[in-house]
Design a protein around this ligand. Structure first.
Ligand code: NPW
Ligand code: ADP
Ligand code: K
Length: 502
C-alpha cells in the first residue's frame, strides 16, 4: 500500500483525468460513494447524522456522501460551512445534483447556527477540508471543529481529519478529532506521524477508480502482513545449521548483561542457524544459563565495559549486531571503530552503539550497515531535536540514509525503514506494550536473523519489524496486557507468530 504526499495525490488525480480520461466529477462520485459505503457499515438507520461540507473537493465528496446516505434512507442533515460562491468545479456540480435530488441543504456563517444539530447528532461526518488545507483553520471552520470535538457523537472524517495536512509539518495544528477516517485512494504521510496520526482515529483506505499504474511511484509504502507472507523465505527441508546464517551479537557489560541474552534468543527463535555472543568475560557466567544454544567469545574489559580487540575472524559471520547493553565508554567506541573497519558482513548497530557513532568510518564500509535508532538516538545522530525528528521522520530518514549509504530503521509506533537509495517501508504493527526496556534488543536480534535468511535487505528489515510488532499484538490480545508485557515475553511469543506466517 503506497503512502502519498498531497503533491503525489494531486498528480495521480491529474494524470487520471487528463491522460486516462476519467471525468473529475465521476471520480468524485466514486470517491463519495466508496466513502459512504464504508461509513454506512459503522452507522445505524436510527442514528442522527450531520455532514459538514467545505468549499473544496473534500466538500464535493461530502455532497456525494450526504446524497448517497439520504438515498439509502439514513437520517442526514447536510451543512455547508462556506459561502455558495466558494464552491466551484466538480464540487459545485455535486452541490447542484444534491439540491436537484430534492434534498435540503443547511448553511451556516458561524458555529452558533450548526451547534444545535451537532449537539443532537449521533454521528458527525467531516467533509470540510482534506489535502488542500493551508495554514491555521479559518472561521467558521475553526469554531465548528472545536464544537464538534466537544460532542459525544462519533466523529468520522473523509480522507483526512479537517486541519491535518497530508504531509510532514512543523506547524502547530488544530484539527477535527476523528474516531474513524475513511481515506481516499492512498494513505497520506500524516497518518504515520506522531503529531497527526491520533487525529485520524482508526483508519482504512477505499478504492475510488484511480488506476494504480498511474500513481507516480512514491517509493514509500506500508508493509503489510500480506507482504510478509509473500516474502518470508521458506525453510528448505535439506537445510543445515549453516544454511541460515552464523550471527555474532556484540554487547552487554557487567551492569547490563541481559540485553544480549534477549537479542540472541530472539535471533535463534527467528531462525538464525548459529549465534555467538561476544561480551565482557566477567558477564558470561551470568548470561550463559539463559541461552544454552549460543556460543560465547569473551571480550577484554575496562571497569566492566568491553574494549578492543574485536573478536577474531569477523568474516566468519554472516551478520553482526553491535551495541545492546554495551555502554557508552570510550574503550567501547574504539572497539566499534575496529569492527566498522574490519567487518565485511552486514553490521547492525543499535542502542549504545549509536552513541557518538564514527560516521566517517561507517560511510567508508562496503558491506551493508543497518542503524536502528529510536527518535532520541536519531536526533543525536543528526544533530536535530527530537521534535524535529518526530515532525519530519520520512524526509530526515531519507536524507540520512542516502547521505551515509546506510539502511535506517527509525523505530516508533510507525517504524520507518529506509534503504540507502531512499526507498521507504512503514511498519505500523505493535502497541504500547512494546514501550519497555528490552524491546529494541529483541528487535535487533530478530533483524540479524532476518538479514541472514533473506536475499533482500529491505524485505528482511521490514519483515522483522512486522513480526516483532505482530507478536506483541497477539500476546496483548491473548494472555497479556500492554502493562505487563515484557520484552522476554515477546521472544517466547515468536513461535506462534512464525507458525502463522510461514
Ligand atoms: N485531488 C485528488 O486527488 C482527489 C481528491 N479528492 C478529495 O478532494 C480533497 C482535496 O480537495 P481540494 O484540493 O479541493 O482541497 P480541500 O482539502 O477540499 O480544501 C480546499 C478548500 O479549503 C479551503 N482552505 C484551505 N485551507 C484552509 C484553512 N486553513 N481554513 C479554512 N479553509 C481553508 C480553501 O479555500 P481557499 O484558501 O482557496 O479560499 C479551499 O476552498 C481530498 O482530500 C479528497 O477528499 C477526491 O474526491 C478524488 C481525488
Ligand atoms: N507505542 C508503541 N507502538 C508500537 N511499537 C512500539 C511502541 N513503543 C515502542 N515500540 C517498539 O518497541 C521497540 C522499542 O525499541 P527501543 O526504543 O530501542 O527500546 P529499548 O532500547 O528499550 O529496547 C521498537 O521496535 C518500537 O518500534
Ligand atoms: K475531512
Amino acid at each position: 500500500m503506497d503512502i502519498v504526499t498531497a503533491q503525489e495525490m494531486y498528480e495521480w488525480d491529474r494524470v487520471t483525468i487528463e491522460d486516462v480520461g476519467i471525468d473529475g466529477a465521476i471520480l468524485m462520485d466514486s470517491a463519495g460513494r466508496a466513502v459512504a459505503d464504508d461509513m454506512a457499515s459503522h452507522i445505524e438507520k436510527r442514528d442522527k447524522i450531520v455532514v459538514l461540507i467545505g468549499a473544496g473537493n473534500n466538500g464535493g465528496d461530502g455532497f456525494v456522501i450526504a446524497r448517497t446516505l439520504l438515498n439509502r434512507g439514513y437520517d442526514v442533515e447536510a451543512w455547508q460551512v462556506v459561502p455558495d460562491e466558494k464552491i466551484k468545479g466538480d464540487a459545485a456540480k455535486h452541490r447542484s445534483l444534491f439540491l436537484a435530488s430534492g434534498y435540503e441543504l443547511h448553511s451556516c456563517k458561524e458555529v452558533g447556527e450548526v451547534k444545535p444539530s451537532l449537539e443532537k447528532a449521533d454521528v458527525i461526518i467531516d467533509a470540510m477540508l482534506g489535502i488542500g488545507v493551508r495554514g491555521g483553520l479559518r472561521e467558521p471552520i475553526a469554531d465548528i471543529v472545536q464544537e464538534a470535538n466537544a460532542q459525544k457523537a462519533r466523529r468520522m472524517s473523509v480522507d483526512l481529519p479537517t486541519g491535518v495536512p497530508a504531509d510532514e509539518t512543523d506547524e502547530q495544528i488544530t484539527a477535527f478529532h476523528a474516531d474513524k477516517t475513511t481515506i481516499v485512494a492512498a494513505p497520506k504521510m500524516s497518518a504515520f506521524l506522531e503529531k497527526t496520526s491520533s487525529y485520524y482515529g482508526k483508519w482504512n483506505v477505499v478504492e475510488i477508480g484511480l488506476p494504480s499504474p498511474k500513481l507516480p511511484d512514491p517509493r514509500r509504502q506500508v508493509w503489510t502482513e500480506a507482504d510478509v507472507k509473500r516474502t518470508l523465505p521458506r525453510r528448505d527441508r535439506n537445510a543445515h545449521k549453516g544454511s541460515h546464517g552464523k550471527g555474532l551479537i556484540v554487547g552487554g557489560s557487567t551492569v547490563m548483561p541481559g540485553s544480549v541474552a534477549m537479542s540472541a534468543r530472539a535471533s535463534l527463535r527467528s531462525g538464525a542457524g548459529l549465534i555467538t555472543i561476544a561480551t565482557v568475560e566477567s558477564a558470561i557466567p551470568s548470561i550463559a544459563p539463559f541461552i544454552q544454544e549460543a556460543t560465547f567469545v569473551g571480550l577484554g574489559e575496562k571497569e566492566g565495559f568491553a574494549c578492543r580487540p574485536a573478536p577474531s575472524s569477523l568474516s566468519d559471520y554472516d551478520g553482526i549486531a553491535f551495541g545492546m547493553g554495551i555502554g557508552r565508554q570510550e574503550p567501547t567506541r574504539s572497539l566499534l571503530s575496529e569492527i566498522l573497519q574490519e567487518a565485511d558482513t552486514p553490521l547492525l548497530i543499535d542502542a549504545d552503539g549509536l552513541y557518538e557513532l564514527p560516521l566517517d568510518l561507517m560511510q567508508k564500509r562496503e558491506a551493508p550497515t543497518i542503524l536502528t535508532p529510536h527518535p532520541g538516538e536519531f536526533a543525536q545522530l543528526t544533530g536535530k531535536s527530537i521534535s524535529d525528528v518526530l515532525a519530519r521522520p520520512f524526509s530526515l530518514s531519507r536524507t540520512f540514509a542516502q547521505a551515509y549509504g546506510v539502511h535506517l530503521v527509525l523505530k516508533g509506533p510507525s517504524t520507518i525503514i529506509t534503504s540507502p537509495d531512499g526507498e521507504q517501508r512503514v511498519d505500523v504493527s505493535g502497541n504500547a506494550g512494546l514501550a519497555k526496556g528490552g524491546s529494541g534488543d529483541v528487535l535487533s536480534g530478530m533483524l540479524v536473523a532476518m538479514i541472514m535468511q533473506h536475499d533482500s535487505m529491505m524485505d528482511a528489515l521490514a519483515n522483522g519489524c512486522v513480526l516483532h510488532g505482530k507478536t506483541a499484538e497477539r500476546l496483548t490480545s491473548d494472555d497479556h496486557s500492554m502493562i505487563d508485557l515484557l520484552a522476554s515475553d515477546v521472544v517466547e511469543g515468536l513461535p506462534i507468530t512464525f507458525r502463522a506466517f510461514s
